[in-house]
Design a protein around this ligand. Sequence first.
Ligand code: AMP
Length: 525
Amino acid sequence: MTAVPVPRCERLVEYLDHWTAIHPHLLLDELHECRRTYGQVARDVRACAASLLELGVRPGQSVAMLTTPRPEFLTVFLALSRIGAIWVGLNPSYQQAELMHVVTDSEPTLVISLAAHGPREFGEDIAALAAASPAIRHVVAIDGSLPDAIPFAELLAEPSDVAAAELDRIASGIDPNDTALVIYTSGTTGSPKGAMISHRAFAVGCWLQAQRHYHDHPRTLANLPVDHVGGLMDQVGETLTMGGSIHFTERFNPQETLELLQTRRITRWGQIPTMFQMVVSLPEFDRADLASLQQVGWGGAPMTRTLVGRLRATGAQLGTVYGLTESCVAVAYNDDDADDATLAETVGRPDPRLELCIADDDGREVEAGMPGEIQVRNPCLMSGYLHLPAETREAFTADGFLRTGDIGVLRPDGNLTLVGRINEMFKSGGYNMYPREIEIVLESHPLVGIAAVIPVSDPVYHEVGHAFVTARDRTPPTSADLQRWCRERLANYKVPKRIFVRDELPVLPVGKVDKRALAPATPAP
Ligand code: AMP
């Protein structure tokens, strides 16, 4: 690894300051006709930070933002870093109950929201959140109008001398060990848990990753959601750390992605494998001019060898990263010269700058080549789950290693293969799927007795959820009714692709549903 011209910073906003001093006129972000240089973003971030203070946001308080990846998001994300407040991203595909869980748990002082995204309008959702969460003092509307909301443009007004002085006073006293982000993830109980990441963990994580991926003035496509570590760190944070340009797209669309790669001369293209699959399947992919691409990288879910081969044809450096929300930073990267089979079968080598151990059920390191839980220790781990001390204790070993829940095997060549997950979580199109969360929704239907959701392999999404339910009494529900029920209560990617209504489900001796027995009974999709 060669030394790269990036200082190690303690907060993400320091990278904005660093690069603004060096190249104030370089493009930092872009969406359609909105293009901002480093200097312009620095000005907007300063104005926004002063406004947030004036609206009563204090260091250590959280601000929730319901948005797609777009310039206003970057402004707020960095303004919160400036004033030591906490970012909570809300995914526009969340249904009201999901938004409610995150907001009532994270207790934001301020909610900043799109008025609409496509056909979905958020007015009622935001009103319900404001009514349910007394901590919310103000609502800000990014576009259009929301009831009783402050227009986002007002946050960008030049601060008064008094407000600017207050900003400087507060910004100089932030402790980098304080929480910078809460990212909702995981949850065997069905409720996503808020992983707390400190300012230092996030900034150092970006720096560690940037050292692996550095090239001059990278141009990155940013299309992952603002509530996921992949969008926040790999696409946005890492690019800013390298002093590059971020090209936002608000919703993933394969054609638009291919077009932007070419017209914006993108140099770093990082996605979840499912998204790559959709782009390479376009008939025009083979004719596309992708000569600008220097790096093509993936993470979050396994990759097929065929897809690696298609991406190899771009001529870019291929790479995978393995990490999880709770580890914050990537813990394994492949070698630059890894062949296609190694890229498809492994997640690369554990980063020697971090500690990794593969442990058996008793927490002892397994023999070389044996499977065990991947446990990691590094300076960037989450500080814990918000409001969940017991789950936080469970997430770490006594000596501070994070239990990833992933089962891995370290091959003799030093590459790490993921073989399964300890808990039941599975990935569909890069999204984490937590069966219990979906089962709870199904079981809340008046005609449903018990529900069991299992992963079934799928050529496009890697895995999708199939559900099995029993009737609560003599009137069985219909599969179509249950699909509708789920669509009204869950983000689209969580809705089971198929729902089977059964007289009974197989059970283990202790009375729990025997999900393994269900799997072979699943008809091919
Ligand atoms: P998340 O917390 O959403 O980032 O999901 C983390 C989980 O995604 C990990 O615990 C792994 O199970 C899986 N994962 C992450 N990176 C990879 C990768 N490169 N290949 C396969 N699975 C991955």
